[in-house]
Design a protein around this ligand. Sequence first.
Ligand code: PLP
Length: 394
Amino acid sequence: MGISHQMRTYIDRASWIRKMFEEGARLKQIHGADNVYDFSLGNPNLPPPPKVKEALLRIIRNGAASLHSYMPNAGLPQTRERLAAYLAREHGTPLRAEHVIMTCGAAGALNVILKALLDPGDEVVVPAPFFVEYGFYAENHGGSLKTVPTTADFSLDLNALDAAVGLKTKVVLINSPNNPTGQIYDANALKELGELLRRKSRTARHPIFLVSDEPYRKIVYTAEKPPSIFQYYENALIATSFSKDLSLPGERIGYIAMHPQAEDQAALQGALILANRILGFVNAPALMQWILPDLLEESVDVSLYRAKRDRLLDGLKRAGYSCFEPPGAFYLFPQSPLKDDVTFVRLLVDEKILAVPGSGFGGPGYFRLAYCVDDQTIEGALPGFARAMDKARS
Ligand code: PLP
């Protein structure tokens, strides 16, 4: 095989999600798609809000000749301006267009940020459990991931962070609302984290950046919006997308927002914009950038996700599972009834239920269920979850 040794090890490392995907395809072929209960992927099942289609039709009918043209690597100026005004309100921070860079989804945003910030050997500190791609993203740019535990309810553990953030740390990467746990980090924790990072930056003699990955920001079941990191720390960057809140994951549209008081602002902007270009993204998809200004206040109907969360959580609890009630995102992260989550996920496969072992997210002893699926999948799977629990107990 001609592929690099590194990619060979990566393919092995990525194998759990891939295995579930392949297992799902195999089971669907044998039993029919309706008889397989697939909770393995965070692929939103709700359609985009109707305004997305309306805006697309409008822009195509009235669109400028430059609709499909190259543009500045940072994105369309008018889109960045409208987004900055929206973000200034949302985050209570005076962002301007130059603080916003349009990207190919949150994944693109994270890679651009890490390309701009990391030197070989730098560490990216991440609370676990975490979105599994982070390890690859850090290594894409010469860095390495260092994981820190969270508390029993998956909140930030400030003592663990204090112990983990050191001279090699360049970035602390958080994700709230979180995939896979659904937890939201509260304002007190973010305030303490900001203080910790100021102190650690002084000792390290370089700024340690706080990067907040927040594609689920609008998918919350609490009365209050998640607090903004911009309120608590200046060397802060937000990476996000419209993949989940507008159900547009295939369109690859997202952005980076940087704190207006981040150190060395001009160099940071320049580095992010150049990274967007030389990573081969060039610019975020044009058509999406044209329609976004009309969609910033929009979101899918989050009450539908809440109903799915409640139904699945209730069914699992009745079957004897123990599970944290997540205030955001569209994942449940129940405790595995067996110590070995991989073995338990195999029991679920016997019931034609596809889940991902927590080990794949740095959270052994748990498993992840993406409940952004239709209601029949949830109803159909509940007897299988009960049988798998019985088998695990016997
Ligand atoms: N970050 C987290 C926590 C995610 O769950 C995902 C996708 O599932 C991404 C980033 C990537 O999002 P996007 O599709 O916008 O690149």
